[in-house]
Structure formats: structure tokens, C-alpha cells
Design a protein around this ligand. Structure first.
Ligand code: NDP
Length: 295
């Protein structure tokens, strides 16, 4: 059966890999990029380079956008809005949920359906096992194009609100970056005593995998259960004890001469929760300080 045509707008590392994946899977693929020269390797493999954004939109019902941000979409398609009518615009660029909701209204005003998405792998992961993309917006549009979009990664639909895909995406990115930044902080700290990153790695791996496990250190599960239940049992591990420990991480970082901003932010959050009355509660009570930002 012939594969459906696809248009890809934006040929950074991500968009170019997506276009390459569609080509490999046999889709007639049209591309457009602000810097047209980036299309050359794809044209060699059979892609059609559209002369204008309007031509790119005219070529396929399914239009995948992968650019730095949503401003880029308006810059690219703002002069071609007549050609948006009837398109399934699938924007996989980064943005904030409110930006995505405004973009959905903009697309609807021009007769297009916007499906928003957040890609959860780097470019080499596109189309590989384990790759997935959060989608939100009209599920029927996703269903209509699930076969083609599924070639990029698993299609994980999270809800009709257009902002949801980015809410999930930003939540995952924050988890990813803050975990790895803490890892780098630990490496820098130990490095002041001559310990290499590679020497420390097995200890870090034990902690990270234990957090996701079912054992006594399985804090992903433990916190999910207590937070969803709205209880913060302290037991032998009170937040006050841990806030004092967090003070020591700040002090140790200062003594070692490394940056203290990350540990200080964490310590301040712990103490704000203690000051709000959670000293005898457990670690999960920190969520209350996160939910009620300091004014
Ligand atoms: P970039 O974020 O650098 O996107 C580059 C693309 O955006 C290029 O096609 C560029 O055009 C275009 N662009 C930027 N500004 C404008 C503008 N004002 N008008 C027209 N086009 C513009 O690289 P990636 O490809 O890596 O990322 C694409 C999206 O995917 C981003 O939102 C990113 O957050 C997300 N993402 C990226 C991942 C990664 O590991 N790379 C992982 C998961 C998501 P030009 O070539 O002309 O400069």
C-alpha cells in the first residue's frame, strides 16, 4: 500500500532525522527549512524541497513541525495561513503549555487542527526501540496519522488539552536535568578529593536504580503513594533531620570550593517546609513548599 505523504517543517537535528525516518519508511516527503541548504542531504535521498512554506503545506495533509520554539512556527507559517486549511499540524517543538493552547486557537482560526507533542529522545533515538512522544490535542487527528507518527516513536496520548504534552515533556526534562546536574555536583565535590567520575559512577548508579526499585530506597513509589494519599509520614526520617543534613551539603560544598547554588536552593526548600510546620513529617512534605512558592 502506498505510504501517505508527509511534510516536515524545520530541519535542525531533530526535524532532519524525522524527515529521514519518513523517507526510509517510504513516505513521499516534502521538507521546508528557513535555511534551505540544510535540505540538501534529504533531497539526495528523495525528499522534495518546497520553495515556500505555502508549497510545503500544500504537499501533505500531515505536516510535522520541529523547530526551536513556537515563535519559529509563526515566523515560518504566518505568511502562508491560507494554506493551513484542512491540515493536521503536528508541532513537536518545545514551548510552554499556554503557548501551545494559544497556538491551537491560531491554527483553528485558519482551519487547521493542531496536535502538540514532546519528543522524549534525542535525534539518534528517533524511530528506535524505547523512543516515545507525548501527544495532546484532538485524539482523532492522532488516530488518523498514528501509523506515520508511530514511525518516530511510540505515540503516547496524554489528553485533549493542547498544553498537556508540554506539561509532561517539561516535567520529564526537569527530572532529567536536575538529576544529572546533581550527579555533576557530586562528581565535582568528590573531584576535589581526587576521586574520578568513573570511580564514583557505580555508587551513583546504585542510588539512582534503587530510587526506581521496590526496596526500602524505592522513593519514586513511596513518594507517589504518600503524595497521592495526602499524607507525609515522618517516622525515623523526619524532614527536620534531613534539612539539617541539607545544611551540611551546602557547608561541604562551600568548604570544597564548588558552586553552592543547587544545594542552597534545595536546603532552602526543605527549611521552608519545616517552617510551614512539616518538621516532624517525612520528605514528601517538601511537595507542600513546592506547591506554595515563596512570594
Ligand atoms: P533547534 O532547536 O536548534 O531547531 C532548529 C530548527 O528551528 C531549524 O530548522 C531552524 O531553522 C528552526 N528555526 C529556529 N528559529 C526559527 C525561526 N525564527 N524561523 C524559522 N525557523 C526557525 O534544534 P533541534 O532540531 O535539536 O530541536 C527541535 C525541537 O525539538 C526543539 O524544540 C527541541 O527542544 C526539541 N527536542 C530536541 C531534542 C534534541 O535532543 N535535539 C530532544 C527532544 C526535543 P534554521 O536551520 O534556518 O536555523
Amino acid at each position: 500500500m502506498p505510504k501517505s505523504p508527509v511534510t516536515v517543517i524545520g530541519l535542525g537535528p531533530m526535524g532532519a532525522t524525522m524527515a529521514e525516518t519518513f523517507l526510509k519508511n517510504g513516505h513521499p516527503t516534502t521538507v521546508w527549512n528557513r535555511t534551505a541548504a540544510k535540505a540538501a542531504p534529504l533531497v539526495e535521498r528523495g525528499a522534495v524541497l518546497a520553495a515556500t512554506p505555502a508549497d510545503a503545506l500544500a504537499a501533505s495533509e500531515l505536516v510535522v513541525v520541529s523547530q526551536t520554539d513556537y515563535t519559529a512556527m509563526y515566523d515560518s507559517l504566518g505568511g502562508a495561513t491560507d494554506a493551513l486549511k484542512g491540515r493536521a499540524l503536528v508541532n513537536l517543538s518545545s514551548g510552554s503549555p499556554d503557548e501551545l493552547r494559544r497556538a491551537a486557537e491560531w491554527a483553528a482560526q485558519h482551519g487547521a487542527d493542531l496536535l502538540t507533542g514532546g519528543v522524549m529522545v534525542p535525534p539518534p533515538g528517533i524511530g528506535q526501540p524505547g523512543s516515545y512522544v507525548f501527544y495532546s490535542g484532538p485524539e482523532d487527528v492522532l488516530d488518523r496519522h498514528r501509523a506515520a507518527l508511530g514511525e518516530l516513536g511510540d505515540t503516547t496520548f496524554v489528553g485533549a488539552d493542547h498544553g498537556l504534552a508540554m506539561l509532561y515533556y517539561q516535567a520529564q526534562l526537569y527530572l532529567f536535568w536536575s538529576t544529572l546536574t546533581s550527579y555533576m555536583h557530586a562528581i565535582a565535590l568528590l573531584g576535589t578529593a581526587g576521586v574520578s567520575a568513573e570511580e564514583f559512577r557505580p555508587f551513583a548508579a546504585t542510588t539512582v536504580s534503587a530510587l526506581a526499585g521496590d526496596g526500602p530506597m524505592g522513593f519514586l513509589r513511596i513518594l507517589a503513594e504518600t503524595i497521592d494519599a495526602g499524607i507525609h509520614p515522618g517516622g525515623a526520617n523526619t524532614l527536620r533531620m534531613q534539612a539539617v543534613g541539607a545544611d551540611h551539603v551546602v557547608e561541604t560544598s562551600r568548604e570544597a570550593g564548588v558552586d553552592t547554588s543547587g544545594p542552597t536552593a534545595l536546603r532552602d526548600l526543605f527549611w521552608r517546609a519545616v517552617d510551614a510546620g512539616h518538621g516532624a513529617d517525612g520528605l514528601s512534605s517538601v511537595i507542600e513548599a513546592i506547591r506554595a512558592p515563596a512570594s
